[in-house]
Design a protein around this ligand. Structure first.
Ligand code: PHE
Length: 364
């Protein structure tokens, strides 16, 4: 069937192209490929027949066959890509998922119904309150350098505060110093002042670590740090900010709040903050007793200077509070350990509804 002008090659090209165009899916495409390039395919047969072509035409015929082979291979590959693309698009269309649809309601208390862990919920609540006051959320690493966790915060090498913290140390790094699991969120004060130009209003919710374990202490727990740096910030701002926060968080409009002189190496003056409660009933806001809630103070001039801020220009306040502690008080819990035991019964009881995030309008 070999003709001098190569019409058979032209026919094969045309027919193969038509068959490729007609192949509607990868199965049909593969049949065309096999019928053309396969072991008993049409092109393969023509290549095999080259030996029978008279010697004077063999060279020309061989070159024509090779050209056709390259052309057909390219056409077959192009069709494969087009079919695969079409198949993917069809799948994406068919399997389309509207992630903005609210979930179907499930029966309350069933396993399918997810919930927000009370720690996450508490972080959401305090973020909503501080967010409304203009604070931004900042984060930092759990593994800290000694300098960020202690040194820059004016806690020198042999300061007793280091022992107070029951620090978890990691093996020494290249500088010979041992990194730590941060013992508080205060190192993020340093990181924030080093990377952001004041004015600064930041809160830092996050994990913290101390080697301590009993009903009210866990080796891993959570704190939220607060940092405000601006010109002419005073103790009055600190007090107003924290009183507003505590009243909003606990939902008690006239919650009595007490500021008590204290000591932290990185604030001066320093104050512990207490709220009133009734020791006997556990009720907040009423009663003769005071409950310590958080530590705070005016950022120490040395800490400002360590971060390259001129203490004569910039002042500010900082505070740090335990998230489990305020969550427990708000929920009336007495034991901190269940937060991290993943007991489904406990989680089901204390979880929050993921579909109603805290809002200030409703009272967090
Ligand atoms: N970092 C302190 C602690 O963990 C709390 C604190 C933060 C006190 C900021 C003052 C200012 O106890």
């Amino acid at each position: 069937m070999t003709t001098a002008g190569g019409e058979d090659l032209e026919a094969l090209r045309r027919e193969t192209e038509a068959a490729l165009a007609a192949a509607a899916d990868l199965r049909a495409w593969d049949a065309v490929r096999v019928a053309t390039l396969g072991r008993s395919g049409r092109l393969t047969a023509l290549l095999k027949g080259l030996g029978q072509v008279p010697a004077e035409r063999r060279k020309e015929r061989g070159a024509a066959l090779n050209r056709l082979k390259a052309e057909l291979e390219a056409a077959i590959e192009a069709r494969r890509l087009a079919l695969e693309q079409a198949e993917l698009e069809a799948r994406l269309k068919a399997e389309r998922l509207d992630v903005t649809l609210p979930p179907r309601p499930t029966a309350p208390g069933t396993a399918a119904e997810g919930g927000i862990h009370p720690i996450s919920r508490t972080v959401e609540e305090l973020t909503a309150i501080f967010g409304a006051m203009g604070f931004a959320v900042v984060e930092g690493p759990d593994i800290e350098s000694d300098w960020h966790n202690f040194g820059a915060l004016n806690i020198p090498e042999h300061h007793p505060a280091r022992q107070d913290h029951d620090t978890f140390y990691l093996p020494p790094g290249p500088d010979g110093r041992r990194p730590v699991l941060r013992t508080h969120t205060s190192p993020v004060q340093i990181r924030t002042m080093l990377t952001q130009a004041p004015p600064i209003r930041a809160i830092v919710p996050g994990r913290t670590y101390r080697a301590d374990h009993d009903a009210t202490h866990s080796p891993m727990f959570h704190q939220v740090e607060g940092l405000v740096i601006d010109r002419a910030i005073t103790l009055g701002h600190l007090k107003g900010c924290l009183i507003d926060f505590l009243r909003a968080f606990f939902g008690i409009r006239d919650l009595p709040v007490r500021f008590r002189a204290s000591y932290f190496p990185f604030t001066e003056p320093s104050m512990e903050v207490d709220i009133s409660w009734n020791r006997r009933t556990g009720e907040l806001g009423k009663g003769e007793d005071w409950l310590e809630i958080l530590g705070s103070g005016m950022v120490h001039p040395k800490v400002l200077a360590n971060c390259g801020l001129d203490p004569r220009v910039w002042q500010g306040f900082a505070f740090g509070m335990g998230i489990e502690r305020i969550a427990m008080l708000k929920q009336g819990m007495t034991d901190l350990r269940p937060f991290f035991e993943s007991d489904v019964r406990w989680l089901r009881h204390y979880r929050a509804d993921p579909l109603s995030p805290p809002s200030l309008a409703e009272g967090v």
